[in-house]
Write a protein of this length. Structure first.
Length: 110
């Protein structure tokens, strides 16, 4: 283990500036990870229906036009988000995390 740690030291010194530049992106990824991957939570159930012909996917088609009212970033209601089209993490679950930037490990920038 000691030779590995001795060899890793110079490499980490070279990577430190690169990792520092990734801090804002990694902070955003960390707070948005649950919302981004909640899409896959019911993925197995999506194709669980089947009949004598095999499996079938349940697909819902929404035909009415979408509401045109503008929503704040912490809302989960119907409507459109204003640019930059980002929701506050947790707002889709009804628990918006409005002060998520305080948890940033990196630069704390949004």
């Amino acid at each position: 283990m000691t030779p590995l740690l001795r060899a890793a030291g110079p490499m980490l010194a070279v990577l430190a500036p690169v990792l520092r530049r990734f801090d804002p992106m990694l902070d955003q990824l960390r707070v948005r990870f649950p919302d981004a991957f909640s899409f896959f939570a019911n993925w197995a159930d999506f194709t669980s229906n089947y009949d004598s012909g095999g499996h079938g996917a349940r697909v819902g088609i929404v035909l009415p036009p979408a509401p045109t009212n503008t929503l704040p970033p912490d809302s989960n209601g119907p409507g459109q988000l204003a640019p930059p089209y980002l929701r506050v993490p947790g707002s889709l679950e009804g628990q918006p995390w409005n002060d998520y930037s305080k948890s940033f490990v990196g630069s704390g920038k949004r």
